[in-house]
Structures are given as C-alpha cells and as structure tokens.
Design a binder for this molecule. Sequence first.
Ligand SMILES: Nc1ncnc2c1ncn2[C@@H]1O[C@H](COP(=O)(O)OP(=O)(O)O)[C@@H](O)[C@H]1O
Ligand SMILES: Cc1ncc(COP(=O)(O)OP(=O)(O)O)c(N)n1
Length: 274
Amino acid sequence: MSAQLNSFPQTLTIAGTDSGGGAGVMADLKTMQERHVFSTAVIVAVTAQNTLGVQDFSALSKKLIDEQFASLADDMAIKACKTGMLADAEHVEIVVDNLKKYDFGPLIVDPVMIAKGGAPLLADSAIDVVKRDLLPLATVVTPNLPEAERLTDMTIKTPADMQAAAKKLRATGAKNIMIKGGHGNTEKVTDYVLLEDGKEFWLSAPRVDTIRTHGTGDTLSSAMTAEIAKGQDIESAIRLAKDFVEAAIRNTIQVGHGHGPLNHWAYGEEHPGK
Ligand SMILES: Nc1ncnc2c1ncn2[C@@H]1O[C@H](COP(=O)(O)OP(=O)(O)O)[C@@H](O)[C@H]1O
Ligand SMILES: Cc1ncc(COP(=O)(O)OP(=O)(O)O)c(N)n1
C-alpha cells in the first residue's frame, strides 16, 4: 500500500461511547475533528449515559474488540492513539495485547475510573492491571486527582504531593505524566506536568464556576493525541490541549440538565486557522 496515499494524520481512540455525546468516544471524535486529524475508534464499551449520569453500560466481546483493532491495522496509518474507559481487568488486558501487537504510535492513557456523577467506569480490580500492564506502554498518562491517588496509593493535597505522585507514576514506566487539578477546590485550576527528560511545569487557569464539565479529561487527552499525531513534541501538545479544554469549559453551551458537555468549537472560534 502506498504510504503517500495514506499520509493524512490519523488518530485512534480506544474507549467507551457516551449516548449523551459529551464524554468518551463522542468527545474524543469531536475534539480530534476540531484539531484537524482523521479520527478512528475502537469501541470497548457502550454506555447509556446523559448529563445526569450513567444509567447502564456493557463491554463488548473480546472477538469484536480484536476485530476492530485488526480492521484498523489492515488499512489505516495511525500516528497516535489514546485510551479512555476500559471497563474491567479483562478489557484492559484485551487492549494491552492489541497495543503490543500493532503499532499505532505514541499512546496517551487517560485512566478513566469514575464519571462526574459517581458511576464507576473501571472495576476496582482493574486498577492493578492498568498499573502493571498499561502504564508501561504510555507515552503520556493523564490522571485526575482521585485517579492519581488510586494509582499511587497516596493522598494528594498539596503541590508537593502532586510532584511526588508524578514521580511514583513514572516508576511504572509511563514516560510523561500530567496530573490534572480539576477536582481541587482552589480558585485556580492547576495541573502538574513531569516530562520524560525531568523537566517539570505547572499549567494554571482560573477555575470556571460551572457544573458543565462533562468530558473534560477526554477532551484534554484527545487534543493532546491529535497534536502528537501531527508531529508536535509532547510539551507543545500538552500546552495546546490545556488551552483547548480551557476554552471549551469557559465558553459554556446549554445542553442537558446536569453535568453538561463542553463547547468543542470554542478554541477554533477563538483562534481561527490554528
Ligand atoms: N472548572 C474548571 N475550570 C477550568 N478548568 C478546569 C475546570 N475543571 C477542569 N478543568 C481542567 O480540565 C482538564 C481536565 O481536568 P479534570 O476535571 O481534573 O479531569 P477529568 O475530566 O479526567 O476528571 C484539566 O486541564 C483541568 O485543569
Ligand atoms: C464513556 C465514558 N468515558 C469516559 C467518561 C469520563 O469522562 P471524563 O472526561 O473523565 O469526564 P466526566 O464524565 O467524569 O465528566 C465518561 N463519563 N463516559
């Protein structure tokens, strides 16, 4: 197959769907589209979900997941991929096996555990499998504060705790760490980044006073994946992703009665042509 004919930047999200359109694969595809890459998807689980919560979900069979991976590997030229909701230990393993079998480029792991409404999206018994088998494959891992606490068995209260947790996460084999501060209660939302070469930095933005933050983590990690697929270095991809999600939170849209979705058009409207 001609590489030139297949050269448009392509990405892959490996995650669960959100029937409400705000998180999961739906947020990923919207974000990647806005960042001008061609996005593909391996569906691991299907949720019945809206802005009020997750009403039900079911994970797909190993056969169907393996077939989705094989279909993409046969035809596409994926340059970067990300994981989101992986449901349980068995499905984490299915995904890990496929990521070892095929080369889909740098991997961004968003270790999704619990939805904003409180519904578990990853079984507790899967957390050790994520640590042991998935994180060593990660180019970037992007836990929020509760996820970072579960992955490190630490309580994270202070900036120094975030730094210590990131160091601990690096010991799993994950190369670059971004701990997101959205779940804090400070006036500013501050994320911490520790890069592979030891460089560290903080990304701060005013906290937007809103409950319309459904899909923030998905949006951030998808924007990052898209930039990496286009050839950006990790630091630039992280910085762009933070600006993208911040604009999407700040420019609220009124959808649903609960934790509403983000405005995925906002960054593009604020930065025409970028
Ligand atoms: N209310 C908010 N105002 C501004 N930025 C926010 C807000 N909530 C989350 N963010 C940002 O959105 C991104 C996702 O963060 P977070 O909500 O912690 O992750 P998750 O969606 O995985 O729970 C981070 O960059 C975080 O700083
Ligand atoms: C199918 C699916 N995947 C992921 C999430 C969690 O999304 P996240 O970006 O962490 O944001 P919240 O949903 O917690 O606001 C989800 N809800 N559904």
